[in-house]
Design a binder for this molecule. Structure first.
Ligand code: GTP
Ligand code: MG
Length: 170
């Protein structure tokens, strides 16, 4: 088909959960073991084909540090989808996801496609947030739950493709 979709997706979540790492793994295919805190936000785009549709995807990576929280609306405004990322070894970062769900539903309504992403699944021995609990929470708020490792490249391409597929069928 000749359909071309322009989609905007925003990455939100606590500092150091791996938002930038997911974007860089997906778009550039690499991983940096060092944490370089994002300042305000950054942006990359990627072209892909999902379900026969050409997609021009804009990915907005936001800063997780609390001092930047108030900037959120600048970056999530107009988003078709949001990836709410937490670190499976950090229960506090999951609480932050719950807060983002409330804020996004209030600000963007029911049409925004929400994915909750448990990152760092390579750190299985240190996991504190169980898959089952996260899945149940996601279902209860109309979101999709996926797990990833930006480090080991687990589930990352699948995550962005599922997100695009969900936005196409919206
Ligand atoms: P802010 O920009 O401060 O909000 O952080 P962020 O969410 O963008 O985190 P970032 O991608 O910078 O990653 C934080 C740290 O976690 C870095 O040291 C990464 O190398 C590491 N990291 C990211 N993803 C993974 C992962 O899947 N597994 C492991 N083991 N480490 C990861
Ligand atoms: Mg970052």
């Amino acid at each position: 088909s000749n359909d071309e979709f322009k989609f905007k997706v925003v990455l939100l979540g606590e500092g150091a959960v791996g938002k930038s790492s997911l974007m860089l793994r997906y778009v550039q295919g690499n991983f940096n073991p060092r944490h370089i805190s994002t300042i305000q936000a950054s942006f990359l785009s990627k072209q892909l084909v999902v379900d026969g549709a050409d997609i021009d995807l804009s990915i907005w990576d936001t800063a997780g540090q609390e001092k930047y929280h108030a900037l959120g609306p600048i970056y999530y405004r107009g988003s078709h989808g949001a990836l709410l990322v937490y670190d499976v070894t950090d229960a506090k970062s999951f609480d932050k996801v719950k807060m983002w769900v409330k804020e996004l539903r209030r600000a963007l309504g029911d049409d925004v496609v929400l994915f909750i992403v448990g990152n760092k699944v390579d750190l299985a021995d240190s996991r504190t947030v169980e898959t089952e609990m996260a899945t149940q929470f996601a279902t209860s708020v109309g979101a999709t739950y996926e797990e990833t490792s930006a480090k080991e490249n687990i589930g990352v391409e699948n995550l962005f493709e599922l997100m695009c597929s969900a936005m196409v069928s919206r």
